[in-house]
Design a protein around this ligand. Structure first.
Ligand SMILES: Nc1nc2c(c(=O)[nH]1)N[C@H]1C(S)=C(S)[C@@H](COP(=O)(O)O)O[C@H]1N2
Ligand SMILES: [Mo]
Length: 324
């Protein structure tokens, strides 16, 4: 795997350096159970792949390394984590995204970085994916709707990416904006201010737990889980974790976030998991662990989803009832 260590991402990996070999590794198409492939045949496939980029399939394996940021909880079965989803651009029922998200085209894919940053630039997803080793991190995932899962996500700390972008000292927040192309998402429900957008305070985004995510269960992300690139911030409610990101904006003002602007009294900008601050329409004290809890909401919800040791200090002195 080609990993370079300093300077900005594009500086590190100029497009002229992307050889057929790199392209092969970029696409991570190490098919599960594949037998040895002749080198000649492989090389030809790579060259053809460059001319006609292959679609990336969700069952493609990622090369991942273990991570210290892993909880011991029993993992949610892959089949549940990939069929019980919120991804409203593909429908508002939990089962809709798995049925509809196949229309999302995840290659070619670029992420535009702009705002208060030294070098605004547009980066190819393959460049971003190979910038750092991809870690497998088993995280607790708590939706604001009081259900939860335990998912092995694959990515590297968002902080690594942010540092490479060299944000200006004036940047206090980072916003990430999801895709919303009509051709890919023809049936987006009305009444929402598309595209989906979310954001974090800079120190939250720089917390090593905040994961720039490319896969789950050591495979590239299924479309319904936010392919090809998304955020996972496990101490926050799931809606902070924007999917299928196309823009990252550094700013000095608290950014527009879709749910907060839709219903500010129900969905705060911070949205830290907090069993003591209820949603106006339901309690947050307990949760239902999808597929392992026999009936709804038997599991006590943990402050910061159990990640207090790593994140509580960022909120020292803040009234978390006011800044929910
Ligand atoms: N673009 C986009 N991102 C999104 C959503 C969405 O509707 N659109 N839903 C959010 C919510 S509410 C949750 S709980 C998680 C759920 O998806 P996951 O299980 O793949 O994390 O995605 C979040 N990210
Ligand atoms: Mo959610």
């Amino acid at each position: 795997m080609l990993i370079k260590k300093s300077g900005s991402l594009e500086g590190k990996i100029a497009s002229s350096e992307i050889t057929p070999k790199d392209a092969f590794f970029n696409r991570r198409n190490f098919l599960r159970g594949a037998v040895a492939v002749g080198v000649g045949a492989l090389a030809l496939k790579q060259v053809l792949g460059l001319i006609h980029p292959e679609p990336v399939h969700a069952d493609q394996q990622l090369v991942v390394v273990p991570s210290k940021y892993t909880v011991p909880d029993a993992q949610t079965p892959f089949a549940k984590a990939t069929t019980y989803n919120n991804y409203y651009e593909f429908g508002t029922d939990k089962s809709d995204p798995a049925k509809n998200a196949h229309t999302l085209r995840t290659r070619p894919w670029t992420v535009q970085v702009s705002g208060m940053v030294k070098k605004p630039q547009t980066l190819d997803i393959n460049t971003i994916m190979k910038y750092r080793p991809i870690e497998s991190r088993v995280y607790r995932h708590r939706c604001v709707e009081a259900w939860s899962m335990v998912i092995p996500w694959d990515g590297y700390s968002f902080s690594e990416f942010i540092s490479a972008m060299e944000p200006l000292p004036s940047a206090k927040y980072v916003q990430f904006i999801s895709d919303s192309k009509n051709s890919d998402m023809p049936d987006k429900p009305g009444g929402f201010d598309w595209p989906y957008s979310e954001g974090l305070r800079m120190d939250e985004a720089m917390n090593p737990l905040c994961l720039l995510t490319f896969g789950c269960y050591s495979e590239v992300l299924p479309n319904q889980n936010g392919a090809p690139i998304r955020i996972v911030s496990p101490w926050k409610y799931g809606f902070k974790n924007g999917k299928s990101i196309v823009k990252i904006v550094f700013t000095d003002k608290q950014p527009h976030t879709l749910w907060n602007e839709m219903a500010a009294n129900e969905y705060g900008f911070y949205s830290n998991v907090n069993p003591r601050v209820d949603h106006p329409r339901w309690s947050q004290s307990h949760e239902r662990r999808i597929d392992s809890s026999p009936f709804p909401k038997t599991i006590p919800t943990l402050m910061f989803n159990g990640y207090g040791d790593q994140v509580a200090s960022m909120y020292a002195g803040m009234d978390l009832k006011k800044y929910y």
